[in-house]
Design a protein around this ligand. Structure first.
Ligand code: PEP
Ligand code: MN
Length: 363
């Protein structure tokens, strides 16, 4: 897949001291008091840099709480002025974009339900044109990397260069402990294809439950993701949306404090030691290939010999004996049964194939 994003590195639009970027705040803004109290507590946590709150809420059924709408904009502006936190909210239409831009919201995000629809993303992109507001794009509901990247490209092509992705998990038909399965291979592939693009992980919407937040947040850090978006409410049990997954600012501080932040590069001594070990691995891998090549050359000789003597290729008795002996020896050396079996089977398959080739070769 060919993806061309023209983005500005995260460090250039946020101070590096606030990395990994932590965005926290309630799922929904519910009242001025709830917003101000939550923000006041969150601002005391040094790692929290951005305050989130949904104003226009995408709800599955009509009649549920659909957010406070425009009137919450001034609460967010108050948060910004009184706490110094940056503020962000979800936009799902050009109208939301215009409101966010004119009221001074610092960044906006596109939600999972919006990203599935290229028409909506296009309209939002056009409404954002000409502004230099940072935009965060959540993954679509379904596990579809192309749609996610398509949305990022659409926003980017409208001149938005302060861009990041948010990984909020994917809906999945199989039973899973998560509300939205993390399927880490998808954000990892996104990072491989777009190495400059920051990826922020949203453990709240992945987990759907506060119990699982810590291991998912740690996993995000270990996978070198660039930030976390975690829902936090001053009184989670009273929350009007996503009650199960919100935590108090106090608990959030505890969670962030327990995270082990790893250094992706490490200091010189660490780096040297790592390089030494890696070069040993490189050598051993090369030896493995040499040894397998030697083995296959002997296999070819045996193939020729069998052909001359009109003997069948597959010698089951011999194969069973090899299998038993090698398995035993591998187990003695602490290799797993599953791994040795896969390895032996791959070697055996390749050997049989080479002998078939020898047999088929015209003399
Ligand atoms: C949210 O962030 O509250 C939200 C609605 O998220 P998502 O679009 O990921 O479901
Ligand atoms: Mn939510």
């Amino acid at each position: 897949m060919n993806v061309l994003l023209n983005t500005i590195p995260l460090e250039n639009w946020l101070s590096t001291s606030s990395l990994p970027l932590v965005i926290a705040g309630p799922c929904s803004a519910e009242s001025e008091e709830q917003v101000m109290q939550t923000a006041g507590e969150l601002a005391k946590i040094p790692m929290v840099r951005v305050f989130r709150a949904g104003l226009w809420k995408p709800r599955t059924r009509p009649g549920e709480f659909e957010g406070v709408g425009d009137k919450g904009l001034k609460w967010l502006v108050r948060v910004k002025q009184e706490t110094g936190l940056l503020v962000t909210t979800e936009v799902a239409s050009p109208f939301h974009v215009e409101k966010a831009l004119t009221s001074g919201i610092d960044m906006v995000w596109l939600g999972a339900r919006t990203v599935v629809n290229p028409f909506s993303v296009q309209e939002i992109g056009e409404a954002l044109k000409g502004s230099d507001i940072p935009v965060l794009v959540k993954n679509p509901l379904n596990p579809d990397l192309t749609t996610w990247m398509g949305a990022l490209e659409r926003i980017n092509r409208n001149g938005i260069r302060k861009l990041a992705a948010i990984h909020r998990g994917f809906s999945y038909y199989k039973h899973s402990p998560y509300r939205n399965d993390p399927m880490w291979e998808i954000p990892i592939e996104l990072k491989r294809l777009c190495p400059e693009l920051p990826v922020i992980v949203d453990p709240s919407h992945i987990c759907g439950n506060y119990d699982l937040l810590l291991p998912i947040s740690q996993r995000a850090i270990d996978l070198e993701m660039n930030g976390l978006m975690i829902e936090s409410h001053i009184r989670p049990q009273e929350a009007l949306t996503d009650r199960q997954q919100q935590i108090t600012p106090d608990r959030l501080a505890g969670l962030l404090g327990r995270l082990i932040l790893r250094n992706p590069v490490g200091n010189d001594e660490f780096q040297n030691q790592l390089e030494k070990l890696r070069s040993e691995i490189d050598k051993i891998d090369q030896q493995l290939i040499d040894i397998i090549t030697q083995r296959m050359a002997i296999v070819d000789q045996i193939g020729t010999y069998k052909k001359e003597n009109k003997i069948t290729i597959l010698q089951l008795k011999r194969w069973n004996q090899i299998f038993r002996e090698r398995l035993e020896s591998g187990l003695e050396h602490g290799l797993s049964r599953d791994f040795i079996m896969k390895l032996l089977e791959a070697v055996h398959e390749e050997s049989i194939q080479r002998q078939i080739n020898v047999m088929n070769k015209k003399d």
